[in-house]
Design a protein around this ligand. Structure first.
Ligand code: FAD
Length: 297
């Protein structure tokens, strides 16, 4: 069953985000993490895709491994920045031939620090164009059961000058053929409520799955804020700083993530997508605290 169908029939869903390993040791950790998380019977696992190009091949092999060794659908992230239409078409065709049916269509971020960087002359500018290309390639391949996710940004939506542009972009993705959205990380349930309410007003009916990141150390909290531009709440930083050891910090971070997740489910979220950093401990602690129906129930 595709994620589009799971969201219709099995919501709220549980899912995890993994990233491609860079070293043999990291690969072994990922393998173990995948097996441990699989035991919680998630509805899908997503695998990020390096916009910079360095780990694209590894992403593909993780997606393949997940598809081959587990019954859990892989959600293949796919970025279009810095690639030609022909290159992207080749990647999509290879995935389709391997049986992958769920994609997260992204533009990805251009390489940083390259002042002379220009978009690929025969490439795509936005994620919405990648949604269109995915639909075209699937059609040419006779694949009908394609399911496509896109991104949404609750914390940015809380900033008035960004709000309408964000909604217009999400609308363009829906018009191009997206089936669902996954959010960037955020920490206020009201940011999610407001994004969903305004999206519905604008005629955007996509299920919007919130992404939840259990932050288990001050270092990780600072790094996440740097990467996403979304500030970590002071109360969470204070609790992480007060923790006596790693286990206490993890419990504190998981407690915050569990409160947010429960509030999101109460607000009608169609699932929870957990960022794992390829580690299982915090994700398992979090999931054990959530009122999520498992597929075998
Ligand atoms: P888009 O939504 O296309 O946005 C890209 C930029 O173009 C934005 O600045 C947007 O404002 C602008 N834009 C979009 N459409 C229009 C339009 N019609 N007119 C004018 N401007 C427009 N990055 C990776 O490299 N690999 C990953 O695997 C990955 N996974 C992610 C998963 C999630 C859930 C999220 C939230 C982000 C992920 N990212 C990933 C980061 C993401 O690619 C960046 O945040 C990116 O800057 C914006 O999102 P996008 O890729 O969906 O592209």
């Amino acid at each position: 069953m595709t994620i589009r169908d799971l969201l219709r029939e099995h919501a709220p869903t549980l899912s995890y985000e993994l990233f491609p390993p860079r070293t043999p040791r990291a690969e072994a950790t990922l393998e173990a993490t995948m097996d441990t998380l699989a035991a919680t019977e998630p509805d899908f696992m997503s695998i990020t895709y390096g916009a910079s190009g360095s780990t694209r091949g590894t992403s593909r092999s993780v997606v393949q491994r997940l598809a081959e060794s587990h019954t859990i659908p892989p959600l293949a992230h796919l970025t279009c920045v810095d690639q030609s239409r022909a290159e992207l078409t080749g990647v999509i065709e290879a995935y389709l031939d391997e049986g992958v049916r769920d994609f997260l269509a992204l533009r990805g971020d251009p390489p940083q620090g390259q002042a002379d960087w220009r978009p690929h002359p025969d490439g795509l500018l936005y994620a919405s164009e990648l949604v269109t290309l995915l639909r075209e390639v699937a059609k040419a391949h006779g694949v009908e059961d394609l399911s496509i996710g896109v991104t949404a940004f609750p914390a940015q939506h809380a900033i008035p000058q960004w709000r309408q542009q964000g909604l217009d972009i999400l609308h363009a993705k829906q018009d191009a053929g997206a089936d669902f959205a996954i959010t960037q990380v955020f920490y206020e349930v009201d940011h999610y409520r407001s994004l969903v309410a305004d999206a519905r007003e604008e005629g955007i009916g996509l299920p919007i799955i919130p992404e939840v990141m259990p932050l288990v150390s001050v270092t990780r909290a600072h790094r996440a804020a740097q990467l996403t531009g979304v500030a970590t709440p002071d109360a969470l930083v204070t609790d992480l700083e007060a923790a006596e050891d790693d286990a206490a910090a993890r419990s504190a971070g998981v407690a915050h993530a569990a409160r947010l997740s429960s509030d999101l489910l109460d607000a009608g979220a169609p699932g929870i997508h957990v960022i794992t950093f390829n580690k299982h401990e915090a994700a398992l602690e979090l999931v054990s605290q959530l009122p999520l129906r498992r597929t075998s129930d």
